[in-house]
Design a protein around this ligand. Structure first.
Ligand code: KIV
Ligand code: ZN
Length: 434
């Protein structure tokens, strides 16, 4: 194998995939520092937020929601730090959340004063449940709040002409909203922002609580995109949560249904069961040969920064990133990997196509050495592979079985994994005469 210093997604493109698949990455917006942060038992300190922000920039995020500065003093201070210390690269746009209330919008602009480019993100809840039970508002009342919010945002933007302002509106609880009503509200909001002027306007459709199978959510997105009068003037963004465990699937199908942009977090941190996990969706694209436009080539660094900033450990079976995802414990898997890796090398295959390993672990900075572990479940092939890999000992086929019996016996007795050193010791004791 050659070593890959950079992230090279094109290596997988010789695979054929069904027509209905993603062929390019959406625009990404990280909400780690806002949705992710608001869901932590101990919210991030300004230092932790700065560290995570720097990681997000390094990974290639061009849009980053950095907080809710009108609602939280640490968020306000963090935005000021980013602006005053000129920590925002020219090609990165920061985004901040606010409710559609004048004093909050005014305060939001104070926090953002001096920034080069920014998105002001206004939300209010539109679903039947929220309208009736939480806000006691009619459809007209909720629409008026959204439109008034957009007016204030525009009015204050005019008072800060040195910044390139974008506007984002989220009909919170979109997936629980009657679609024709969601469209009516969003069209009315867009019209406040003179869409023909060419300004960047984002309509962000949240599955605030995931309530249906992903195909249902995608149907809603498709209907919305088809019927929104001002569709051509706006980017459609999705913001899915993971209550049913399908936030990534909902986002993927939502992009197939017409969305342009996805909001999510690293490892899926966020309210309750979390937000859509950008690592999973990005790596899903990568494994299909689609450039995710985010650099996950050092997944261990990502794990380390996320864990230290959020205080939440990355699960050992977390898709693509977990400690155990490039291991094979079962003997038949180990044997298949060994054969497949050898075949790959012998045939000088350019494209990764190895049994049980959807990608080359080294593409994300993981070591192939970690793939095979030997315990009581392992078979003969795995033990031989460890000797070959770690000690350059190539055993004749007839020795695989007797050696694996010895190693399995040791594993059964101890009940734990047998390390490569112990395998070598057992090999020496039983097969090398002194
Ligand atoms: O989940 C949600 O609806 C949100 C909105 C504020 C976009 O986080
Ligand atoms: Zn959210």
């Amino acid at each position: 194998y050659r070593k890959y210093s950079a992230f090279e997604p094109i290596r997988l493109t010789d695979r054929t995939w069904p027509d209905k698949t993603l062929t390019q990455a959406p625009d990404w917006c990280s909400v780690d520092l806002r949705d992710g942060n608001q869901a932590l038992v101990n919210p991030m300190s300004v230092e932790q937020k700065t560290r995570l922000f720097e990681l997000l920039v390094k990974l290639g995020f061009k849009e980053i929601e950095v907080g809710f500065p009108s609602a939280s003093k640490p968020d306000f201070d963090f935005v000021r730090k980013l602006v005053d210390e000129q920590r925002i690269p020219d090609d990165v746009t920061i985004q901040v959340l606010t409710q559609a209330r004048e004093e909050l919008i005014k305060r939001t602009y104070e926090a953002m004063s001096g920034v080069k480019k920014a998105v002001i993100h206004v939300y209010n809840s539109t679903s039947t449940v929220q309208r009736e039970q939480v806000f006691g508002q009619s459809r007209e009342g909720i629409k008026a709040i959204a439109v008034q919010g957009a007016k204030w945002v525009q009015q204050y933007a005019q008072q800060h002409p040195d910044t390139e302002w974008s506007f984002q509106y989220s009909p919170e609880s979109f997936s629980g909203t009657e679609m024709d009503y969601a469209i009516e509200v969003c069209d009315a909001v867009i019209e406040q922002w003179q869409p023909e002027s060419g300004r960047d306007i984002i309509i962000n459709l949240p599955a605030t609580v995931e309530m249906s199978t992903p195909n249902r959510f995608a149907d809603q997105v498709e209907y919305f995109c088809r019927h929104l009068v001002n569709r051509k003037y706006v980017r459609i963004s999705l913001h899915t949560h993971n209550d049913r465990g399908c936030a990534v699937a909902a986002a993927e199908l939502g992009v197939l249904a017409g969305a342009d942009r996805i909001e999510g977090t690293l490892m899926g941190n966020g309210e309750r069961t979390g937000n859509m996990d950008v690592i999973t969706m990005g790596m899903n694209l990568y494994s299909q040969g689609v450039d995710p436009k985010l650099d996950f080539s050092d997944i261990m660094e990502i794990n380390e920064v996320v864990e230290s900033c959020t205080g939440i450990p990355v699960g050992v079976r977390h898709p693509w990133a977990g400690e155990l995802v490039y291991t094979a414990f079962s003997g038949s898997h180990q044997d298949a990997i060994r054969k497949s890796v050898n075949y790959h090398t012998e045939h000088k295959k350019q494209h990764w196509d190895v049994a049980y390993l959807p990608i080359d672990p080294r593409d994300i900075g993981r070591e192939y050495e970690a793939v095979v572990r030997i315990n009581s479940q392992s078979g003969k092939g795995g033990v031989a592979l460890v000797l070959e890999r770690d000690y350059d000992i190539s055993l004749p086929k007839w020795m695989h079985f007797p050696l694996s019996r010895v190693v399995q016996g040791a594993a059964e007795q101890s009940g734990v994994e047998v390390s490569p050193t112990n395998i070598k010791r057992l090999f020496d004791e039983h097969f090398i005469s002194v």
